[in-house]
Design a protein around this ligand. Structure first.
Ligand SMILES: *Cc1c(COP(=O)(O)O)cnc(C)c1O
Length: 340
């Protein structure tokens, strides 16, 4: 194994780690696989989900540069933005979120929490978001700097060569837990949205667990897009670490076909699936990421595409607050109370 200096890179302790690993007893039986789940939805309350693993590195870097404000971006219901707002408040600096909207949004879910957590919010249109979000964040950073406040810009999802390190470390955490549990996972599965989690898991397994293969289901864009994004992020990380790893798109596995009708939009069958998993296992998946990825995994298992996997570990990357903005759609699908 090549020597790398990951342990010398500064990191804050923000997440509740290690997150538990649990066996999904009934679904394993029903789907005919040995299926386990890693509860990265338990990394915190305000900071729940996968972004906090990345932010342990990102915020450490921002503080080392004496930032008084962190600026980041995402969709209106961004888990990453909510985690960033929470962490900024926790370390005593400001947060400024650039949120993508189509129309004036209701104050609910993650956006409500952003406001409760004291984040400054700027709204931008879908087209500005895709074409010039980084430029817009830079302009906001300049306006803080003009007031004498140092600003640190975090890219979408904290998915860069810095945040990525959080999921390299998660692989080491899994290795340690395997020893304690007396089991080994040959397959790791997650959702992919901005690429940092996948590229971290990819590099982590290359470095520390080459026996494992990582698969991700995309919840937006397509396979080619994510192969490009993830290999770029992984390449940046490899450079920063000075590691001797060859990043190859051929051994990255993005499974396309389950984003449904679009990012953050749910088909009824996806919400029904979330309710079914909740009822059988007591685990709540989110509609935007984990619900779609796990629905994809279920379908691919049924098609026989994971028949070579001996033991599968699905990473629950969080997103619970995203359930609440779907209450109307859920209400139509669930049988609501009966008379006694
Ligand atoms: C952001 C997010 C993901 C995707 O992770 P990326 O690193 O952005 O690809 C998955 N699940 C949840 C709940 C998220 O908030």
């Amino acid at each position: 194994m090549s020597k790398i200096n990951i342990d010398n890179i500064s990191r804050l302790t923000l997440a509740n780690l290690p997150t538990p690993i649990q066996r999904l007893e009934r679904l394993s039986e029903e789907w005919g696989v040995d299926l386990w789940i890693k509860r990265d939805d338990y990394t915190g309350i305000e900071t729940s989900g996968n972004k906090i693993r990345k932010l342990e590195y990102t915020i450490a870097k921002a503080l080392s540069e004496e930032a008084g404000v962190v600026i980041t971006c995402g969709g209106i219901q961004s888990n990453h933005c909510r985690s960033t707002a929470a962490v900024a408040a926790r370390v005593g600096i400001k947060s400024h979120l650039v949120l993508r909207i189509d129309e004036e949004p209701p104050l609910e879910g993650n956006y409500l929490l952003d406001k409760i957590l004291g984040a400054e919010v700027s709204f931008i249109s879908r087209s500005d978001y895709s074409e010039r979000r980084n430029e817009i964040m830079k302009e906001i950073a300049d306006s803080y700097e003009a007031k004498g406040i140092k600003a640190y810009v975090i890219p979408e999802g904290a998915s860069d060569g810095v945040g990525n390190l959080g999921y390299i470390q998660a692989v080491r955490e899994i290795k340690k837990q395997e020893k304690e549990l007396g089991v080994e996972f040959d397959t790791i599965v997650s959702a992919v949205g901005s690429g940092g989690t996948y590229s971290g898991l990819y590099l982590g397994t290359k470095l520390f667990a080459p026996e494992k293969t990582v698969y991700s289901f995309n919840v937006c864009d397509d396979e080619e897009y994510f192969l490009n994004v993830c290999s770029q992020i992984a390449t940046d990380t490899v450079k920063a670490l000075g590691a001797e790893i060859e990043v190859k798109k051929d051994d990255m596995h993005i499974i396309d076909g389950y984003k449904g009708i679009g990012y953050a939009i749910s088909r009824d069958e996806e919400l029904e699936f979330i309710a079914e998993v909740a009822k059988k296992e007591g685990v709540i998946l989110d509609p935007v990421y984990t619900g779609k990825a796990f629905y994809g995994l279920c379908n691919e298992i049924k098609k026989g595409n994971f028949s070579k996997s001996k033991r599968i570990l699905f990473i629950h990357t969080g997103g619970h607050f995203g359930v609440f903005p779907k209450q109307e759609q859920f209400a139509k699908l669930l049988v609501v109370s009966s008379d006694l």
